[in-house]
Design a binder for this molecule. Structure first.
Ligand code: ADP
Length: 565
């Protein structure tokens, strides 16, 4: 049955109960009132007539109005005969009264009184009986009404107790079920025994929970499948990958990373990474946010391997979700680079001997003892000399670079004065400067502290600065070579300033990269692009700094700083 029909039935029942109690009450009241009316009509009026007749007898004046009043009361009494024996007594009163009216015999009065007494007694008796009857009826009505009211009250009470529960219990179950669903627990089901709207609601809820359960399980299975697939991909990668959440707890670590770190992936996943790093130096250096320029040399895959570290911040709507650390295995590139460096070192080394012998032969050619050269031949010899000098410079630079790259750079530190570094460089290039009528002005204060440096390598750097400055300066210009202490006097700064075309700011840092040359609008690019890169390596190997300040059209100022002794 539908809930609506049940509600209607319950309220209808209460309505019928109210009607029944009201109707019964009204009916019983009506019945009581009728019985009371009966007493009034049947007996009380007769007593009144008898009292009127007795009053006239007691007055005993017997005027004609008294006869008339007596006759009228007797007539009314004759119309109201209700009790057995009352009719006989009334007839006796009538006959005695008629006889008294004609004879005035006073004995008749005594007989009338006697019969009136009988009438009064009969009516009094009847009143008493009827009163008893009314009382009995009232008691009966009371019992019936109490019984019916108790019965109805019990039913209504049971309604009051059961009906709200009947409605609210399934709603409560539904609310609880919905709460569980919001907690992602799709297990609970509601009872569907009922045939009403609440039963239908429970059925709909169960269907919904079932569907959600199926969806959750299917999407969970899909997510788990995708997770496993991603984990397999990450695990099979040659690079070491470590994932951290926003609170630095380890989310995942692939087998390469786990092997490299010497950790058991199963045991450490979910743990706070800095805690693990306390006992693991490599992980500590990986968690360190500072980017590492040099590749990390780690023993992995049963050999020394090289890894470059990259850190990716994982963010969503500007909220940090964690980070992924990737150690790229660059061992193959490193091996190739090493092969290239060795190749360059071998070639440049092998070239040095024939070039030196060419230079020697040229020197001999210049000598008159072998034979006088004509002007044309002299010019050719000069050109060959210049080219072989350039070749020697290039092979020298390549050799230096290979030394730097293989880590075989040998530095001979000693305490040197600034002029010990500057003078040989300036003297070596004075000739080339004068060819372009360039004036090299040197400023070295006499009271400078010594620096701790490899004088050959440092002079080489200054030579490189100076030869670049001469190459890029216009004719008849000035080059300033200056040495000064820095503000804290713990470094000496060597600088070479020219009035050349300057360097575009976007290239100013790149000039220190290997093989980099500033794009030159089709002009020939003499040189290798290695000089400044090697200079940087030489200076940094001596714990110094190197840099450039330049403005297009105004010139450049290359500088390096070395720690004082
Ligand atoms: P290179 O052998 O090409 O000179 P370097 O490493 O010495 O190699 O210099 C790199 C590049 O920096 C050069 O190609 C040049 O374009 C630029 N450069 C170096 N010194 C100067 C300078 N004094 N003025 C302008 N450009 C310069």
């Amino acid at each position: 049955m539908k809930l609506k029909a049940k509600l209607r039935l319950a309220l209808g029942f209460l309505f019928v109960v109210i009607l029944l109690l009201g109707g019964l009450g009204a009916w019983y009241l009506q019945k009581l009132s009728q019985e009371a009316q009966g007493v009034l009509k049947d007996n009380y009026i007769s007593l009144e007539y008898a009292r009127t007749m007795r009053g006239i007898i007691d007055e005993n004046s017997w005027k004609s109005e008294d006869f008339q009043s007596f006759n009228q009361a007797l007539f009314q009494q004759e119309q109201n005969i209700t009790e057995p024996g009352e009719g006989e007594s009334t007839r006796q009163v009538r006959s005695h009264f008629n006889a008294f009216r004609t004879t005035r015999d006073s004995t008749r009065i005594g007989l009338i009184n006697k019969q009136l007494n009988t009438i009064v007694q009969l009516n009094m008796q009847s009143i008493f009986q009827k009163n008893e009857q009314v009382k009995k009826t009232a008691d009966e009505i009371y019992s019936y009404l109490v019984f019916i009211a108790t019965f109805c009250a019990l039913i209504a009470f049971s309604f009051i107790i059961n009906f709200p529960r009947y409605i609210s219990e399934p709603i409560q179950q539904l609310t609880e079920g919905l709460r569980e669903i919001t907690r992602k627990n799709y297990e609970p089901r509601l009872g569907v025994e009922r045939n009403d709207e609440l039963g239908e609601m429970a059925k709909a809820f169960n269907q919904m929970a079932q569907k959600l359960d199926e969806y959750e399980h299917s999407s969970l299975a899909r997510v788990l499948f995708e997770k496993r697939r991603t984990e397999t991909i990450i695990n099979q990668m040659n690079d070491a990958i470590i994932g951290l959440d926003e609170h630095n707890h380890l989310l995942f670590i692939n087998s390469v990373a786990a092997t490299m770190l010497g950790l058991d992936a199963v045991q450490i996943v979910g743990r706070y990474a800095p805690d693990i790093a306390l006992k693991n130096d490599l992980l500590r250096s990986l968690l360190n946010d500072e980017p590492t320029a040099k590749p990390l040399k780690i023993f992995a895959n049963e050999r020394e391997s090289y890894f470059s570290k990259e850190t990716f911040e994982v963010t969503n709507d500007e909220k940090r979700l964690g980070q992924v650390i990737v150690l790229k295995n660059i061992t193959p590139f490193h091996d190739l680079d090493l092969a290239k460096t060795n190749f360059i070192a071998t070639i440049s080394h092998e070239l040095k001997t024939p070039i030196s012998s060419i230079k020697m032969s040229l020197k001999l050619l210049e000598n008159d003892r072998i034979g006088e050269l004509n002007d044309e031949q002299k010019l050719l010899v000069t050109q060959i000399q210049e080219d072989s000098q350039r070749l020697l410079k290039i092979t020298g630079e390549l050799l230096d670079l290979s030394q730097v790259e293989t880590g075989n750079l040998q530095l001979n530190f000693r305490n040197v004065s600034a002029s010990e570094i500057v003078t040989p460089a300036v003297e070596a290039l004075q000739f080339f400067a004068s060819q372009k009528q360039i004036d090299i002005q040197v400023q070295i204060p006499s009271t400078l502290p010594l620096v701790q440096a490899d004088s050959d390598k440092t002079t080489w750097v200054l030579l490189n600065f100076l030869s670049n400055a001469i190459r890029h300066s216009p004719e008849k210009s000035i080059i300033e070579v200056e040495v000064k202490p820095n503000s804290k006097a713990n470094y000496l700064e060597f600088s070479v300033k020219d009035l050349g075309k300057g360097i575009d700011p976007k290239y100013q840092q790149r000039v220190f990269e290997r093989y980099f040359q500033v794009p030159s609008n089709g002009q020939s690019k003499a040189g290798t692009g290695l000089g400044l890169a090697i200079s940087k390596e030489f200076i940094e190997a001596q714990k110094g700094n190197i840099g450039v300040e330049s403005e297009i059209g105004l010139g450049s100022r290359f500088w390096f700083q070395l720690p004082t002794a």
